[in-house]
Structures are given as structure tokens and as C-alpha cells.
Design a protein around this ligand. Structure first.
Ligand SMILES: Cc1cc2nc3c(=O)[nH]c(=O)nc-3n(C[C@H](O)[C@H](O)[C@H](O)COP(=O)(O)OP(=O)(O)OC[C@H]3O[C@@H](n4cnc5c(N)ncnc54)[C@H](O)[C@@H]3O)c2cc1C
Length: 458
């Protein structure tokens, strides 16, 4: 660290500082997406708010790039950076559930696995992601889409307050009364405004759910997608369910001779009785018998971890995102053309419904603007072998380009690629101007720029 005096600030930290000489350097600099290969000057494994302030100070004083990492899932690799400081919060995973107020205070490095585990112990939950290793803060700052979105809104709609360290080193609590502009921007604006050290969420009674994956023949995909469109629009908000294209993985409930076949998948999550859940899913069974399924009652965290084994850290990733105002027949035709060509077992297209409670919030009430969209498709290229990079990225790009005429401008920032920076302004629509002003107030030097970046207003 001798060549960069500002890094000596990190010597006061309680957390470990990992530099290139350290045995653990390669592990410390790696993120979830194995396509990302960056060499920071130092990775600070922060242990508390003071460490976070020291990490921010070292980057600011040294004029160094700063990456903030929680779960490390950012597909563009925003959780690491060349020649700069990585503030790794993955050791800050404390969660305190208040079962009386039905809230949880969650540290900035906790994952959804941590959160679901902690809250399920009290029979409570809030909207989070569908893979347990995704960071709570990273996912929430961009919006937060999951099985419970129709019932309880986006993750940001359940956010009560945020503790953050700002670019100038100040520590603030942002909520509806304090720092309201910052609180508005943090709900959808990503990691642009500060380092989140703790967040407080509203929780909802939820213990077990009825649902799970159902795989169907591609021949039935068109009728199923049309049925799904009308079914989900009419379904109670307590049903979360998304269709996907997925190569059948080698799981115990998948017949051996179907493993490796591209199929249409519907994953459901119903907060209600088995009888009512089965009655709801009958609408899909009336179209076609599933090829394979694993539907039943299970703890809510079990469904949120159901795909974990398929997606270990260290795969190659390239993703693109969109918002659909409607699932028209023309949009379905695009899905039917591109979805079945999914080139790898891990790759997929998920079509998340974002109606219900997501639409209860006005488009300008938080930074997340797409409150009128009905679906948020993500085309997620995920594959183990770098030799397949071209085939997989071409599939993602081709699928996305074909879908574009049917989409709203922009795309969900948490699912977007590194080459989507030029879509950011359009993504936030009329909210973009206010975001640039909040950015100017809280981070005029754009210290927090390893994200889908909002440029400070001039
Ligand atoms: C396998 C997988 C599954 C996913 N599933 C879902 C899903 O179901 N729903 C959904 O909405 N999204 C999902 N996502 C997208 C996910 O929300 C984004 O990738 C999110 O940015 C990941 O957050 P992270 O903390 O894990 O990542 P990181 O790479 O650590 O961080 C991502 C961004 O968030 C910022 N950030 C992280 N922590 C903090 C913090 N404490 N303070 C300030 N900024 C911070 C970082 O600076 C960076 O810009 C998924 C992603 C993957 C790879």
C-alpha cells in the first residue's frame, strides 16, 4: 500500500485489508460473475460502520475508484474495480427481527438467504429475490422483484429507513421524514448515493407457501403463455408466478429421459391453502399436463433457495432486461421464437409479473418509475465454459433486440448489462432529472460510480 498514501487510512479498520501480496487476494477480488476479472489495490472486508467510513475516506482522499460489494451478484461486476478500493460488506450480515412491530433491521452485507432465514423463524417475510445468495441491499436499492411483489410490492415498497455513509463521510438515516430526497432516490436509484450500512423493512405474516416448479412441453408453450397472461391478471395478489424457458436440469423429480430438453417452466408461490393453490394451478393443468413438477407446501425460504444449486458462483453471466406494458400475442411470438433456443442448462428467460401491489405506488413516489409495466422479463445468460461466451451472449442480445419493439423504454437496473449505460436515463423517465439533482446534493464528485450510473446534475 506504500505507493498510495491514502490507503494507509485503512490501517485503522477492524476488518481485514486484502492487497495483491495477500494469499487470499484472488478470492477477495472475485465476484459472482466469472467473466469479471479486476485487480483492486485493496479489498476492505468491513466489519462495522466505522470501517465503511474508512473505506469511503481512503477512496475519496486518494482519488481512487470505489466499488461497494454486498452479495457480489452484479452481473456487470459493479462489486469490484481495477486499481481502486473495494468495500466488501459481506461480513456485515446481522439481522434483528422485531416480531411485534413486524420489522427487520438488516445490515448492508446480508443476503436474502440470511434475511429469509431470520424472518421465517418468526413466520414473517418481505419481498426479496428468488436466489438466496443475492445481497439484500444491492437488490433492494434497484427496486427488488420477487415472488411476493404482487402481494407486497417491490422490496423498496417495504423499506422504512436506510442508514448510509455518504461520499463526504457523513452518516445519515434516511426515511420519510429525514433526508426525504435521499430516501426517495435510494428506492430504485441503485448504489449511486451512499453505502448502505443498515436497512429497516416491513415484514408480513408468511411461513409456508404452496407452489413450486412445473415443466411443460414446448408444444404447449403458446397456449400456456396466453392462458398465463389472463390467469395472472385475474389471480389474487397472494399468487406470485412466472413463466420461463429452461433446459430441464437433472433433479430428482425430472424424468431422466427429459433432462437436457428445453421446456416451458412456470414457478408459482401461493400464500394460501393447498386447496386454493391447487385450484389456481388447475388453470395451467387444464391446458397441458406437466412433464415434471415439484409442487406442494414448503417453507417460503425453501422456494427462494430452490434454484441455488443450479447457479453456484463462478459461472459466466451476461443478462439483459426489459419492461413489458402487456404480454401481447406479438410479444408471445418473440418468446416462442427465442426462448426454446436457450443455449445452456443454467441460462433462462424469466418473465416476472409486476402488477398488483407494485401498481399501488405512484411512478414518482420512489425513483423506480416503471409502475405501469405488467412484466419485467430478464434474459439471463449463465454458462460454465468461457468457450461458450459468444453463443450465449448472442442469444441474450438477439432475444432482447427482438423483444424491444414490445417494451417500455429502459429496463430493470438490477438485470441490465454493463453495455446498457445509455439506457439509464430512459429507464428512469421523468424521475431522472430529480435523481441527477439528488446525486449532485449527495455525491457531486460521483464517488459512487460503479453502478448503473446517475450523473450529477451540472
Ligand atoms: C443469480 C441472481 C439472481 C437474482 N435474482 C433477483 C431477483 O429475484 N430479483 C431481483 O430484483 N434481482 C435479482 N437479481 C439481480 C440483483 O438484484 C442485482 O444483481 C443486485 O445488484 C445484486 O446485489 P448484490 O449485493 O448481490 O451485488 P453486488 O455486486 O455486491 O452489488 C450490486 C450493486 O449494488 C450496490 N450495493 C450492494 N450493496 C450495497 C450497499 N450495502 N450499499 C450501497 N450499495 C450497495 C453495489 O455498489 C453495486 O452497484 C439476481 C442476480 C443474480 C446474479
Amino acid at each position: 500500500m506504500s505507493g498510495t498514501p491514502a490507503l494507509s487510512i485503512l490501517e485503522a479498520a477492524r476488518g481485514e485489508v486484502v492487497t495483491a501480496e495477500h494469499d487470499d487476494y484472488d478470492r477477495a477480488r472475485a465476484v459472482y460473475n466469472a467473466m469479471i476479472d479486476r485487480r483492486p489495490l485493496a479489498v476492505l472486508r468491513a466489519r462495522d460502520v466505522t470501517d465503511v467510513r474508512l473505506g469511503v475516506a481512503a477512496a475519496r482522499e486518494g482519488g481512487l475508484p470505489l466499488a461497494v460489494r454486498g452479495g457480489g451478484h452484479s452481473v456487470p461486476g459493479f462489486g469490484t474495480v481495477d486499481d481502486g478500493v473495494v468495500l466488501d460488506l459481506s461480513g456485515m450480515t446481522g439481522i434483528r427481527v422485531d416480531p411485534v412491530r413486524r420489522t427487520a433491521r438488516v445490515q448492508g452485507g446480508a443476503t436474502w438467504g440470511d434475511m429469509d432465514h431470520a424472518t421465517n423463524g418468526f413466520g414473517l417475510a418481505t419481498t426479496g429475490g428468488i436466489i438466496s445468495s443475492t445481497g439484500v441491499a444491492g437488490l433492494t436499492l434497484g427496486g427488488g422483484i420477487g415472488y411476493l411483489s404482487r402481494a407486497h410490492g417491490l422490496s423498496i415498497d417495504n423499506l422504512r429507513s436506510v442508514d448510509a455513509v455518504l461520499a463526504d463521510g457523513r452518516f445519515v438515516t434516511a426515511d420519510a421524514e429525514n433526508e426525504p430526497d435521499l430516501f426517495w432516490a435510494l428506492r430504485g436509484g441503485g448504489g449511486n448515493f451512499g453505502v448502505v450500512t443498515e436497512m429497516e423493512f416491513d415484514l408480513h405474516p408468511l411461513d409456508t407457501i404452496y407452489g413450486g416448479p412445473m415443466f411443460f412441453e414446448l408444444d404447449d408453450a403458446e397456449e400456456l403463455l396466453r392462458t398465463y397472461r389472463d390467469w395472472i391478471a385475474a389471480a389474487p395478489r397472494t399468487l406470485g408466478a412466472f413463466p420461463a424457458f429452461q433446459i430441464a436440469p437433472p433433479l430428482p423429480f425430472v424424468p431422466e429421459d427429459r433432462v437436457g430438453d428445453p421446456l416451458l417452466l412456470v414457478v408459482s408461490c401461493f400464500d394460501g391453502s393447498d386447496q386454493e393453490g391447487a385450484r389456481l394451478l388447475q388453470a395451467l393443468r387444464d391446458v397441458a399436463e406437466p412433464v415434471a413438477e415439484h409442487v406442494g407446501r414448503m417453507p417460503y425460504p425453501a422456494l427462494n433457495g430452490a434454484f441455488d444449486a443450479l447457479l453456484p458462483a463462478g459461472l459466466q453471466h451476461y443478462w439483459k432486461a426489459a419492461f413489458l406494458p402487456a404480454l401481447t400475442d406479438d410479444a408471445i411470438a418473440v418468446h416462442l421464437e427465442h426462448g426454446p433456443r436457450v443455449p445452456a442448462l443454467e441460462s433462462t428467460m424469466h418473465l416476472y409479473p409486476i402488477d398488483g401491489a407494485v401498481h399501488d405506488v405512484a411512478p414518482n413516489a420512489t425513483a423506480f418509475h416503471h409502475r405501469g409495466a405488467r412484466f419485467a422479463p430478464v434474459i439471463a445468460g449463465m454458462w460454465p465454459d468461457p468457450a461458450d461466451n459468444e453463443a450465449n451472449t448472442a442469444w441474450v442480445k438477439g432475444y432482447h433486440a427482438a423483444l424491444e419493439p414490445h417494451t417500455d423504454a429502459g429496463g430493470y437496473v438490477n438485470f441490465m448489462a454493463a453495455d446498457d449505460q445509455d439506457r439509464i436515463r430512459a429507464n428512469y423517465g421523468p424521475n431522472y432529472q430529480r435523481l441527477t439533482e439528488v446525486k449532485r446534493a449527495y455525491d457531486p464528485g460521483n464517488l459512487f460510480m460503479q453502478n448503473q450510473n446517475i450523473v450529477p446534475a451540472a
